[in-house]
Design a protein around this ligand. Structure first.
Ligand SMILES: [Zn+2]
Length: 231
C-alpha cells in the first residue's frame, strides 16, 4: 500500500471520528435541551405567578370586605337589639350602617369579577400543566431513543479511535507531520488525483508531477499544497 493511500485512509478515519463526535454532541444537546418544553415551562411559570398574585389580591380584598360586614353586623345588632332608645343615637347608627353598606357594594362587585378572572387563570394554569406533561412525556420517550443512538455512536467512535491509532502507528512520522501541517490550513489535507487533475484545486498536474505521484513517496500539489493520492 502506498504511503499516500495510507494517509488518505487515515484522513477518512479522522473525518469519520469528527462526524461521530458531532453526532454525539447533537444527541447530547437533544438529551439536555428541549425548546418546546422550556417554552411551556416558562409559560406555566408566568401563569402560576399571575394566579398567585390574583389570589393574594383577592384575599386582601376579601378580608377588607369581611371587616365591613362584621362592622355592619355589629351596628345592626345595636340598631335592632332594643337597648338603644335615643332616636338621635339610632339615626347616627343608621347613617353609619348605610355608609358602610355603600362601601361594601363596590368591593363585592370587584370580588365577583376577581373570582371570575381567578377561575380562568386556574383553568389556564391547568391547561399549561397538562401541556408540559405531554411535552415532557414525549421528550422522555425521545430520550430513550437518543440514548440508544448515543450508545451506538460511542461504540463506533471507540472502534474508529482504535483504528486511528493503528493506522497512525503504521505511517511514517514525517508523512504524518506533513499531513497534520496541511490539515491545520485546509479541511481536506489529502485529495485524489482524477484524470490527471488535483481534486483539491482542479488544476491539471504536470507529467513529472504525475510520475512522482505514482511513486511511493508523499507528493504535494504544486498549486494548492495538498497531498496527492492516486487510487
Ligand atoms: Zn491542488
Amino acid at each position: 500500500m502506498s504511503l499516500a493511500k495510507r494517509v488518505f485512509e487515515f484522513q477518512q478515519i479522522e473525518q469519520a471520528i469528527l462526524s461521530r463526535r458531532n453526532q454525539a454532541d447533537e444527541i447530547d444537546l437533544r438529551l439536555n435541551h428541549n425548546s418546546a418544553y422550556e417554552k411551556a415551562r416558562e409559560e406555566l411559570s408566568v401563569a402560576e405567578q399571575g394566579k398567585e398574585d390574583l389570589e393574594r389580591q383577592y384575599k386582601e380584598l376579601d378580608a377588607e370586605a369581611e371587616q365591613l360586614r362584621n362592622n355592619i353586623q355589629r351596628i345592626n345588632d345595636k340598631l335592632y337589639g332594643g337597648k338603644i332608645k335615643n332616636p338621635k343615637e339610632l339615626m347616627s347608627f343608621e347613617q353609619e350602617a348605610t355608609m358602610l353598606k355603600s362601601n361594601l357594594v363596590p368591593k363585592d362587585d370587584l370580588l365577583l369579577a376577581m373570582m371570575e378572572r381567578l377561575e380562568s387563570r386556574k383553568a389556564e394554569v391547568q391547561r399549561l400543566q397538562e401541556s408540559c406533561k405531554t411535552i415532557e412525556a414525549a421528550w422522555q420517550k425521545e430520550k430513550l431513543d437518543l440514548k440508544v443512538q448515543k450508545d451506538k455512536v460511542m461504540g463506533e467512535l471507540a472502534g474508529l479511535e482504535k483504528k486511528r491509532q493503528e493506522i497512525a502507528a503504521d505511517i511514517d512520522r514525517s508523512a504524518l507531520s506533513t499531513y497534520e501541517g496541511i490539515k491545520g490550513r485546509k479541511s481536506q489535507a489529502v485529495v485524489k488525483v482524477e484524470q490527471g487533475r488535483c481534486m483539491g484545486c482542479r488544476v491539471t498536474l504536470s507529467v513529472s508531477e504525475l510520475q512522482r505521484v505514482r511513486g511511493m513517496a508523499i507528493v504535494t500539489c504544486s498549486n494548492c499544497g495538498r497531498i496527492l493520492y492516486l487510487s
